[in-house]
Design a protein around this ligand. Structure first.
Ligand SMILES: [Cu+2]
Length: 312
């Protein structure tokens, strides 16, 4: 009896060791994902006024598929959130608790599925008698992170989240970039007031009322990088993308519009949640405004989104 218990315990310990090794390998693989800068970060806002005075549920989206694609730490790529704010109509900022990002235990189902819990920043924002009317913003920002691919002294291809100058013994760098993703969503409580910019390097601003968009309506935006209007010119082509789970999904396409003189507009064909995306990549050179990053990375990737709910 006692022997059986000891042997069971040993078996269990062995199993746990194996699991923790597997877990570590998984974390390593996650952090070293290559195409993470192709992922978008966005804010989902779901308004509920069934029980007055009402509330809004905020959550974060990460990946490709609207409204929720993946956890902030997953095989597709990990991201750290450093800002998750509720901004009032008077532009006052209230920090909401950041999502807890960690590798959780995987539960196995009886039919070959894996189940895992996680935190996508689910926060309830309730109205009170004292709620000031106007436009509220929920703003999320990821931490600017380096992604470097290199060949080590033994000829092995490696990937890391360090800048180039922190990697020892690299024979060759395949790529090195810094990526930061920012996300905003707006809600007009009783009325729409023009929101203030968030102060992002890549700032995407609506120039229309986003609380009352209907299918078939036009939405307009302004986009700038470090205060300079984005454009389509000799410096490159900049465009805005718009995607939803109610349009183009089975065929894998989305809408796009050129950004001319900082402005772009798009007609939204269907009701549902839409995410508007601008992604910009800039080369680091000793002559341009990114010169402080020379030696750390060769590229900088910026991603900005604004999400909205379109009525039928
Ligand atoms: Cu992906």
């Amino acid at each position: 009896m006692l022997l059986a218990t000891v042997s069971n315990q040993l078996k269990q310990e062995k199993k746990m060791n194996k699991k923790s090794i597997m877990c570590f390998t998984l974390i390593a693989a996650l952090i070293f994902s290559t195409n993470v800068f192709a992922h978008s970060l966005w804010v989902n806002l779901n308004e509920s006024f069934s029980h007055p005075p009402g509330h809004v549920i905020s959550s974060l989206g990460w990946g490709h598929s609207v409204p929720m694609d993946d956890f902030l730490m997953s095989k597709g790529g990990a991201v750290t959130i450093e800002r998750y704010d509720l901004v009032g109509p008077d532009n006052s900022k209230t920090a909401m608790p950041l999502p807890v990002i960690k590798q959780e235990k995987v539960f196995e189902s009886k039919t070959g599925m894996n189940i895992v819990t996680g935190d996508l920043g689910l926060r309830k924002i309730s109205l009170t008698e004292d709620t000031q009317p106007g436009t509220y913003q929920v703003i999320a920002e990821s931490k600017a992170t380096f992604f470097t691919g290199y060949v080590d002294k033994n000829g092995k291809v490696k990937m890391t989240t360090k800048p180039m100058d922190k990697i020892k013994g690299a024979k060759k760098f395949n790529y090195s970039t810094r990526y930061k993703a920012v996300a905003k969503s707006y809600m007009g409580i009783k009325k729409w007031t023009q929101p203030m910019p968030a102060g992002h390097e890549l700032e995407l601003m609506p120039t229309c009322d986003l609380s009352n968009v209907r299918a078939g309506g036009i939405v307009s935006f302004e986009a700038s990088l470090n205060g300079k209007k984005l454009n389509c010119d000799m410096d490159g082509m900049n465009y805005l993308l718009a995607k939803s789970n109610t349009y183009g999904v089975p065929d894998g396409f989305m809408l796009s519009a050129y950004i001319m003189d900082g402005k772009a507009r798009v007609r939204i064909p269907t009701a549902g949640e839409w995410v508007v995306i601008v992604m910009v990549q800039k080369e680091v050179t000793p002559e341009n405004e990114l010169k402080d990053l020379v030696g750390k990375c060769t590229m900088v990737h910026y991603g900005a989104t604004v999400s909205m709910n379109v009525k039928p």
